[in-house]
Design a protein around this ligand. Structure first.
Ligand code: NAP
Length: 503
């Protein structure tokens, strides 16, 4: 997520809304951004802040991390499943952006959760006298059978509309931008494979839209009050088949990937293959790729009457996304959203007992804490794990086959790490500058695991250590630990040697 301190630097060059035809509204009350930890919400924050709005962020966890990034913003911790917490979040709010989505719960659970949450939000928003809700949902014609995901996006809109608070609905198809799951799926398929077999439904049409245009419309409808109580389809300049989208990206990347329609397998199978090859896990590829069966094209273009600007073409949106990746400016990513009640979200210091299995490797060095820490923080992603990379990759590949997250999620930025960032199959649980990096495992494991890097300062030397923690109750879990212990001994020892050497 972009830092408040960075806004001044990027003002004038990088904010998406600089050329928006609407002007900031001077007398608007407080604006709530729900889903602030998510892909869209995270991109909306700097735009509204830079335009001078009084913004409150709603997050479900890690509030300290968001406070560190946005020290001057009002940030509340609330789960929309909890009505009492929602009351606190919506108190004193004028306009609320509704950007909550439970996709990360996976195909079995997301629908019910999203409907319950929307119902709670509608009730509490009405009770608190909110003047307006702005919701970004999905395109789709509800008169025809839709995929569960597209249907759910429309049902959420219907749920919000049942209340008395006026709602503005924006409906988008695939959003193309650095960090978007759909973009990463297409990009990795095209760049990693010489031949892509795609399902027959890939000849259906879609109207992808660039992330910057989505954000412009989100801010634009806020600033044009006449859009209140309206439902708008938003899309980019091109209507393309999914197949053509792959071909255009292959062309931009200058790859010779052959893209062939193959009606032999189910979408479920294609989605599984996509999850093996791309950074996006199976739970999400399944939900998104089932949407291929529906055409998602804007049926109504009335948004242009209210917020007139020329949206990007698909190719322009792709090139923008690539540029931002190259320049290390991926401020939010699909992997940022992370339910705090996720079965793996338990923190090391929240365990109600000592961790039963630990192993530690240390060395003494004269290198500075700064250089050691900088070296630690480069771990994973394209850089790899400094030693025995093939072992980490093998573990990642096994994880993917078992429907885990694998190592291909990589990391959002090569230079920066923040709490909650993903590093391959780990997630950052704690960072103390020049002292500690604590990672929590998200791969498939018969237990829970953490990896901690520590630097202790002595008079003229430092002690650098890496410590693995593991908690399990099952016999299989215990066997797993002992079987891997010799490998850990080798990998972790080599790892801290390499960190020290590269410092
Ligand atoms: N991204 C796209 O390509 C795309 C395309 C078309 C439309 N849209 C629409 O845009 C909207 C936002 O999508 P997104 O991509 O930003 O989603 P996202 O990255 O998955 O973020 C979802 C957000 O919802 C929050 N959330 C989930 N359950 C919650 C709960 N019970 N209480 C409070 N917060 C909760 C998550 O918080 P945690 O971090 O705590 O989980 C996260 O901040 C969605 O309506 C989606 O349909 C997105």
């Amino acid at each position: 997520m972009i830092k408040q301190s960075e806004i001044d630097i990027i003002r004038g060059k990088e904010l998406f809304c600089n050329d928006l035809p609407s002007k900031p509204l001077a007398k608007l009350g407080k604006i709530l951004i729900t889903g602030a930890s998510g892909y869209i919400g995270g991109r909306l924050i700097p735009e509204l802040v830079a335009r001078g709005y009084d913004v409150r962020l709603m997050v479900r966890g890690n509030i300290e991390a968001y406070q560190a990034i946005w020290p001057n913003l009002d940030i509340v911790e609330a789960d929309a499943l909890n009505v009492e917490q929602l009351r606190g979040a919506l108190e004193g709010i004028d306009t609320a952006y509704y950007l909550i989505h439970s996709l990360h719960l996976g195909p079995q659970e997301f629908e019910a959760a999203d409907i319950t949450v929307a119902g709670n939000f509608r009730t509490v928003a009405q009770e608190q006298g909110i003047k307006r809700i702005i919701y970004l949902g999905g395109l789709g014609d509800k008169r025809i059978p839709l995929s569960s995901h597209l249907r759910n996006r429309i049902e959420v809109a219907d749920e919000l509309l049942m209340g008395k608070v006026p709602v503005t609905i924006l409906r988008a198809a695939i959003i193309i931008g650095s960090g978007s799951a759909s973009y990463e799926i297409i990009l990795h398929l095209v760049t990693k494979l010489p031949l892509i077999l795609i399902p027959r439904v890939s000849i259906n049409k879609c109207q992808p839209i660039g992330i910057r245009d989505v954000i412009k419309y989100l801010v634009g409808v806020l600033e044009v009050p006449e859009t209140c109580r309206h439902n708008f389809d938003i899309g980019g300049r091109d209507v393309l088949t999914y197949k053509r989208m792959l071909e255009i990206l292959a062309n931009i990347q200058n790859t010779k990937t052959a893209i062939i329609l193959c009606p032999l397998f189910t979408i479920r199978f294609y989605a599984y293959l996509a999850s093996l090859i791309t950074p996006v896990p199976n739970a999400i590829t399944q939900i998104l790729m089932k949407g291929l069966k529906n055409e998602v094209v804007c049926l109504d273009n009335s948004i242009k009457d209210y917020i007139p600007f020329k949206p990007l073409s698909y190719a322009e949106a792709i090139i923008n996304a690539m540029n931002r990746e190259d320049q290390e400016k991926v401020y939010t990513r699909w992997s940022d959203a992370y339910p705090p009640d996720h079965e793996l979200a338990i923190k090391l210091n929240e365990l109600d007992k000592d961790v039963p299995y630990t192993t530690k490797y240390s060395l003494i060095t004269r290198k500075t804490a700064f250089s050691l820490f900088t070296s630690i923080c480069k771990i994973g992603g394209k850089e790899g794990w400094f030693h025995s990379n093939w072992m980490w990759r093998l573990r990642g590949a096994l994880d993917k086959i078992l429907l885990g997250v694998g190592t291909s999620r990589g990391r959002k930025s090569y230079f920066q790490l923040e709490i909650n960032d993903v590093i391959d199959f780990w997630r950052v649980e704690d960072i103390k500058q020049n002292r500690r990096l604590l990672l929590r495992a998200e791969m498939k494991l018969p237990g829970k695991a953490w990896l901690e890097f520590n630097i202790k300062n002595g008079e003229d030397r430092r002690k650098l250590s890496v410590m693995a923690y593991y908690d399990t109750a099952s016999y299989f879990g215990k066997a797993y630990w002992y079987i891997l212990l010799p490998f850990h001994h080798f990998i972790f020892k080599k790892l801290i040697d390499a960190i020290e050497r590269r410092s």
